[in-house]
Ligand binder design. Structure first.
Ligand code: SDX
Length: 430
């Protein structure tokens, strides 16, 4: 591959450097294009544009490959440990025993919410969307941990990261308890990360709550599979907010808002609601597959399709297998799983989906697994956010460690009115 691309536009000709990534991805570096030619490029959804160099996650969308710090996602499925993967993503390598123990202890030390934050729940409607509570409360952490706002030294970052990763469970569980009119269950410092979250969600005072190893492993796996995914919409949002110098709490709160969208993390809720509609007789799986193709019909086959994967999302494959394994172990059958399988079978044989390379993505089976853990549908995207938090933190940290970092500020092509003058009210028509 030559070192430069040559761009010729009219009488302008410029050589642009070619960049090559570890796995052979190639990019044309246009970072000085406007300065050299007065031209900009146009790529409204950024599908053809790299906004950074990153060492965190690698995706090969054509081959269905996903790696965290070079490690294939499949390597984390045996005895999954979400806290270990969080450390890997944030600090760049697998932790040794004492590092993992130290990080786990830091999470335990930071699992409680400030009582001032807990009191805010009293004034929140019981039917408030949990993602609204999550975004607002992550941002509010800045009110209670001001010492972590200004500095970006490694110790402050580790402190902010631990508070976010640990407290996100407490915030999520409290929003669920509020919605059910149940007493808040405080975190138990003797419990591991995922078991503690389920304890805060489902424990009943003075009754012992036990988490089965299968469910604890399954939740670790769900969080790991959601932990990072390079420059997706919510991660790009976190980077954009962080590029302005905003603190980590504000940046992750913005990420939650982007993730909430039904085209992004909110799809896991849409999938289960779609499956429930089919189960309730509202429409058949075949109707869904047809409706998804009708451009005049707003319906999309949620949990299908992906901007990057043009092959089976490796996370969906793992989640589908986990559904079979966990539901069997729990002796729990869910008709929605059979419907999901039927839907996948029909879609993967349909020319519309085949031509567009539309496959199940991470959201297609995740909800069935979360249901098996008794997590309510409106908490699914919150679980996605709990999983994604270490990825957002790792990407934010990488951005701040980049000596060439600049505030994100894209350009545009103006298509509005040419210059005109202000007209006084008395002189306006109509
Ligand atoms: C996540 O980016 C990430 O990495 C995200 C994520 C992560 O981990 O962060 O992987 C998590 O967000 C997964 C995606 C969850 N969203 C959904 O499941 C919603 C349903 N999927 C679609 O809305 C869509 O596939 C997107 C949003 C995921 C991707 O949208 P693109 O890349 O903009 O694709 P597109 O809309 O341009 O689609 C190309 C064609 C279009 O048809 P034509 O115009 O060519 O005729 O495929 C069609 C689309 O209409 N299409 C679908 C479809 N997805 C794409 N048609 C029906 N049902 C679908 N689900």
């Amino acid at each position: 591959m030559s070192k430069n691309a040559v761009l010729v536009v009219g009488d302008k000709k410029v050589e642009l450097p070619i960049l090559e990534g570890t796995e052979g991805e190639v990019a044309v570096d246009i970072s000085r294009l406007r300065q050299q030619t007065g031209l900009i490029t146009y790529d409204p959804s950024l599908g053809n544009t790299g906004i950074c160099k990153s060492e965190i996650t690698f995706i090969d969308g054509e081959k269905g490959i996903l790696r965290y710090r070079g490690i294939p996602i499949e390597d984390f499925t045996d005895k999954p440990n979400f806290v270990e993967v969080a450390w890997l993503l944030i600090f760049g390598r697998l932790p040794n025993k004492s590092e993992l123990a130290e990080f786990s202890a830091l999470l335990t030390d930071n699992e409680l919410l400030h009582e001032g934050l807990r009191h805010q729940y009293q004034h929140i409607p019981v039917d408030a969307p949990p993602m609204a509570i999550l975004s607002a409360t992550l941002s509010n952490l800045a009110c209670f941990h001001q010492q972590l706002l200004a500095r970006q030294d490694p110790e402050s970052l580790a402190g902010a990261a631990a508070r976010l990763i640990s407290k996100v469970r407490t915030i999520a569980a409290f929003s669920y308890r509020r919605s059910q009119g149940l007493p808040f269950i405080y975190p138990d410092p003797g419990m591991r990360y995922c078991a503690n979250y389920l304890h805060m969600m489902f424990s009943i005072p003075h009754r012992q709550y036990l988490v089965s190893p299968e469910v604890e492993d399954a939740l670790n796996l769900v969080f790991i599979l959601h932990a990072d995914h390079e420059q997706n919409c919510s991660t790009t949002t976190v980077r954009a907010v962080g590029s302005a110098g905003a603190n980590l709490f504000a940046s992750c709160a913005a990420g939650v808002s982007a993730l909430w969208g039904p085209l992004h993390g909110g799809a896991n809720v849409e999938v289960v609601q779609m499956l429930e509609r089919i189960h309730g007789g509202g429409m058949s799986a075949a109707d869904c597959v047809q409706a998804a193709q009708d451009k005049n019909h707003p319906f999309r086959l949620f949990g299908f399709g992906h901007r990057v994967y043009k092959n089976y999302d490796p996370r969906a494959k793992i989640l589908k297998e986990a559904c079979d394994r966990v539901l069997t172990t729990l002796e729990y059958s869910d008709p929605l799983l059979d419907i999901a399988r039927r839907l996948e079978e029909l879609a993967l044989k349909d020319p519309y989906f085949i031509e567009r390379k539309l496959y199940p993505n991470v959201d297609f089976y995740s909800g069935v697994l979360l249901r098996a853990m008794r997590i309510p549908t409106n908490m699914f995207t919150v679980c996605f956010a709990i999983g994604r938090l270490p990825g957002w933190i790792a990407q934010w940290k990488e951005l701040h460690e980049d000596p060439q970092r600049r505030i994100l500020r894209p350009r545009q092509i103006y298509t509005g009115r040419a210059e005109t003058r202000y007209v006084r009210m008395a002189d306006r028509q109509g």
